[in-house]
Design a protein around this ligand. Sequence first.
Ligand code: SF4
Length: 360
Amino acid sequence: MIAVNQTRVTKQIHLGNVPIGGGAPVVVQSMTNTDTRDWQATVAQIIRLQEVGCEMVRVAVLDQQAVQQLSRIKQAIDIPLIADIHFDHRLALGALAAGVDGLRLNPGNIGGGQSVAKVVKSALERQVPIRIGVNSGSVEKELLSRYGRPSPEAMVESALRHIRMLEDEGFDLIKVSLKSSDVLDTIRAYQLLADRVDYPLHLGVTEAGTLVDGAIKSSLGIGVLLYQGIGDTIRVSLTRPPEDEIPVAYSILRALKLRRRGVELISCPTCGRTELDLIPLVEKAERLLRKVRSPLKVAIMGCVVNGPGEAREADVGIAGGRGKGILFKKGVRTQTVAEEELLQRLLMEVQEITGEVIID
Ligand code: SF4
């Protein structure tokens, strides 16, 4: 079997109780799009994210009112909470005091010397890591004029500057991201940085776009890097509710055999042989199976030509016939079910195998 290249060896850091880098599994992360000052809406969204497998979450902290809500949010959720801070180091100090598990800030843009020293001191006392996040849109003017554009080299130089600012204060609980909306620039930037530092890397293609475009760009950018053994946490960015990012992230990780969480859904593209109304069936099954945590392979196929083969290989499979489907379980044909009962039967089988309750 072809496998992902040897994972790059990095320092290990911890966000809350989640290990990152140093051989730990790749972690799936997202960011809320609620107003953090509205703690109830933010918590509700984080819980929805948790339910589909998000393992760390970032919230934007724009002002002191948002800082005030962080401990409340932290207490109501089960996954590590990261505060995203720009410009004002007092927000970072407040977030640390509120008990966040991680900060995302660039030391170069929170006011320089003394401000950085204060934040680092507080983060070190609490052993809270900081992610430096360089975006192609945030590269310093001087680097832009030197490199002509936010090239991978310019992004890496920018990241190294921020890293040095933290290291100069004796801080090494660092994670770094280098996101560009250009897939090839993103890949190149991470490759260059991976040769220069041994900090864990957070992967993402920024402003990736809508569901189809964003999923493709993210899969390519993140996928190529993970395949090369680079990357310790990932975020798929979509112009969608963040809950929709998580299944894409797991799909990438499953395809590379890096994580096995959740249902791998195999379904055929349909053709002139399809004998039942397959597309709505598959779409509904996908939606309902999203919350399943156990690793499972489910196949839904449209006919008896190629269907039984795939269905037999899955943990639960359907091979469609005219107005009905043949059900397979763990490679064994179990029964023929009427089309209108297929989904229900499929869900029952999944529940039986996983022991997880599926709620519509
Ligand atoms: S499984 Fe059958 S229905 Fe589906 S695409 Fe293949 S031949 Fe067509």
